[in-house]
Every structure is written in structure tokens, then in C-alpha cells.
Design a protein around this ligand. Structure first.
Ligand SMILES: Cc1cc2nc3c(=O)[nH]c(=O)nc-3n(C[C@H](O)[C@H](O)[C@H](O)COP(=O)(O)OP(=O)(O)OC[C@H]3O[C@@H](n4cnc5c(N)ncnc54)[C@H](O)[C@@H]3O)c2cc1C
Length: 317
């Protein structure tokens, strides 16, 4: 068994290597908790998909996502975080105060035991599932208007989706961009009435119901899209600088189902103003517990909170 020694119970296992995981690792290491971090299927997390991070504090000239996450990793290593390039595939979480939690990984079901666990598994954006979409993420295709809207100042963009997030993205972009096409698959909007009213009032937003993006135009970067309009069964081409896909996020919590309290969308429920979950010694940080903000800086902040919450918990035992 990997790392398994009799009575070898760790203080801190961190699941995930995005901003929240590394931030938790740096704080936990500096508290002397000897964290072990599992980097999972996507080392570095979602930021590795982006070319320019312009809104993270302390980087006046912006930084690309891979370099940023590489810096986070180096900083965590500097404080002796043990990083394992493995994915956790099962957890057994104790209900007892001071109880031991077990995480499993690898084909042979190796496992580690720890009194403290920090879950930082993030979320995944839902894709449209069309050709070139994945290749052009960060090259005109985006899942975050707050992150990338600025690159399309005074240009034409489209948002796909009809829920609250899509309308919020639309409103944000309408303040920066020349024109925003809102492309809604259904013939109605799911979003709240108040958001709908705000969007309807925007003069530079064109709402297209029953519209499906069928093709992405552009090879090295996004140049436009083809839209199938169900009503009149026609396809039209729209030239765009940016395409914002806002059809939902899926928190990466499959392995925690039936182990920890999740909300109806699958996000981990934490005690307000903290990272405390319903399981003693288990804390959640970043996008996996945050349906609202989903930013690198908020993820890093809650990673820090999780390490502080864990240290307090261990000290109280
Ligand atoms: C294209 C794009 C551009 C963005 N640009 C910006 C930006 O400019 N500014 C900004 O503030 N935000 C931006 N964001 C949002 C930002 O990336 C996220 O808010 C942030 O990465 C969330 O951090 P996290 O640590 O919670 O999770 P993530 O970054 O999602 O990391 C999750 C980690 O968990 C690991 N993991 C998952 N399952 C397991 C498992 N079973 N076992 C072990 N590990 C596991 C993954 O491998 C990954 O390392 C962008 C997002 C995207 C998609």
C-alpha cells in the first residue's frame, strides 16, 4: 500500500490543485500540518485554460494561467507540501469528532488516512459540445465574462444560455461591448424576471430565441459562429470577437455524494462565513462550495480559510 504505515494518520489531505488547493496547502504547511495535496485529473485547475489573468491582485501586467499556477505550485513546494499526481476516486468520511477520514486513489485502491481533509475539487464548465470549442477556449471562447469581457471592449460578442448566469454575463458585457447577441436554445428565458427586465431594457443586446450554435468559425482564434434558427429553419453567420458559454457549471463532487451534504446543484454546503462542512474535520474551498463568485481570488481566499479552519479544529481536539 502506498504510504501506508501502521498508525500513519495525517493531519491534512488536500484534494485539488487549483488556486484554492494551493492556497490551502501554503497556509496548512506554514501551520506545520504537513499537507499532502492530490493534484487530480487537471493539475493547476481551470486557470490553466486561460492565456491572460488580468484581475488577480498583484499582477499589474497580467499573467498566463499556466505560469500563474506553476508559481502557486512552486510556492506550495517551498513550504514542503507533498504533491501527489493522483486522482481520488473514493472517500470514506468519518462522522466522529477527531475521527479519521480515508481517501482512495489509483487502480489498486491505495489509500491514505487523515484527520483533516480540505476538498478543493473545483467545478467544470458545461461545454456546447461542438467542434473547435475546446481548442479555442482562451482564444475568443470563454466561460467567464468577469474574467475575459475586457478583452472584447467595443466589440461584438455572443452569450449562450437562458438562465441567471447567462443574463448576468449579458448585462456585464453590455456595459463593455458594442453589441451582445444572447442566444437562447428554448423559446423562453429561465432566468429571474428582474434580470430579464434588465436585459430587455438594454439597447445593445439582441435576444435570439430558439437559436443553436452549430459551428465555430476561425482556426487560430474565434472569428464568428453559425446559428441555426429553429423557427424559420435557417442558418446565419455572425462575426464575433467573443463567445461566452453560460449553460452551467458542474461542481466536481461525484465522489462525495452520500458522504457529505451537497445542495440540489451538487455544491458542498458549508457553514455561513466558513469552510466547515457537516463532517468534522472536513472543509471545502473554492468553486466546489461557491455557486456565486467562482473567481481565482475568491477560491484562493477560501483555501486560506479552510487551512485556518482545519488548524483550529485540530487544536481543539
Ligand atoms: C477559461 C477560464 C478562464 C478563467 N479566467 C479567470 C480569470 O481571468 N480570473 C479569475 O479570477 N478566474 C478565472 N476563471 C475562474 C477560475 O479559474 C476558477 O474560479 C478557479 O480556478 C477555481 O479554483 P478552484 O481551486 O476552486 O478549482 P479548480 O481551478 O477548478 O481546480 C480544481 C482542482 O481539483 C482537482 N480535482 C478534481 N477532482 C479531483 C479528484 N477526484 N481527485 C483529486 N483532484 C481532483 C483538479 O485536478 C483541479 O486541479 C476562469 C475559468 C475558466 C474556465
Amino acid at each position: 500500500m502506498f504510504f501506508l504505515k501502521e498508525n500513519c494518520i495525517h493531519n491534512c489531505i488536500i484534494i485539488g490543485s487549483g488556486p484554492s488547493g494551493y492556497s490551502a496547502a501554503i497556509y496548512a504547511a506554514r501551520y506545520g500540518l504537513n499537507p499532502i495535496l492530490f493534484s487530480g485529473p487537471n493539475p493547476g485547475g481551470q486557470l490553466t485554460y486561460t492565456n491572460d489573468i488580468e484581475n488577480y491582485l498583484g499582477f499589474p501586467e497580467s499573467i498566463d494561467g499556466i505560469s500563474f499556477m506553476d508559481n502557486c505550485k512552486k510556492q506550495a513546494l517551498r513550504f514542503n507540501t507533498k504533491i501527489l499526481n493522483k486522482t481520488i476516486n473514493k472517500v470514506i468520511l468519518s462522522n466522529d469528532i477527531g475521527g479519521t477520514h480515508r481517501v482512495f486513489f489509483g487502480k489498486s485502491q491505495d489509500y491514505l488516512d487523515s484527520i483533516g481533509i480540505i476538498i478543493a475539487t473545483g467545478s467544470s464548465s458545461s461545454f456546447l459540445g461542438i467542434k473547435k470549442e475546446k481548442e479555442l477556449v482562451g482564444l475568443g471562447i470563454s466561460f467567464c465574462a468577469t474574467c475575459d469581457g475586457f478583452f472584447h471592449k467595443e466589440k461584438d460578442v455572443a452569450v449562450v444560455g437562458g438562465g441567471d448566469s447567462a443574463l448576468e454575463e449579458t448585462l456585464y458585457l453590455s456595459k463593455i461591448c458594442k453589441k451582445v447577441y444572447l442566444l437562447v436554445r428554448k423559446n423562453y428565458l429561465k432566468a429571474s424576471k428582474i434580470l430579464q427586465k434588465k436585459v430587455f431594457e438594454k439597447k445593445n443586446v439582441e435576444i435570439n430565441f430558439s437559436s443553436i450554435v452549430t459551428e465555430i468559425i476561425g482556426n487560430d482564434f474565434l472569428e464568428g459562429i453559425k446559428i441555426f434558427e429553429k423557427k424559420n429553419k435557417t442558418i446565419r453567420t455572425v462575426l464575433l470577437s467573443g463567445l461566452f458559454v453560460a449553460i452551467g457549471h458542474i461542481p466536481n463532487t461525484d465522489i462525495f455524494k452520500n458522504q457529505i451534504n451537497l445542495d440540489n446543484k451538487g455544491y458542498i454546503i458549508v457553514k455561513k462565513g466558513s469552510t466547515i462542512t457537516n463532517k468534522p474535520g472536513v472543509f471545502a474551498a473554492g468553486d466546489v462550495m461557491d455557486i456565486n463568485y467562482r473567481q481565482a481570488i475568491t477560491s484562493a481566499s477560501t483555501g486560506c480559510m479552510a487551512a485556518i479552519d482545519l488548524d483550529k479544529y485540530l487544536s481543539s481536539l
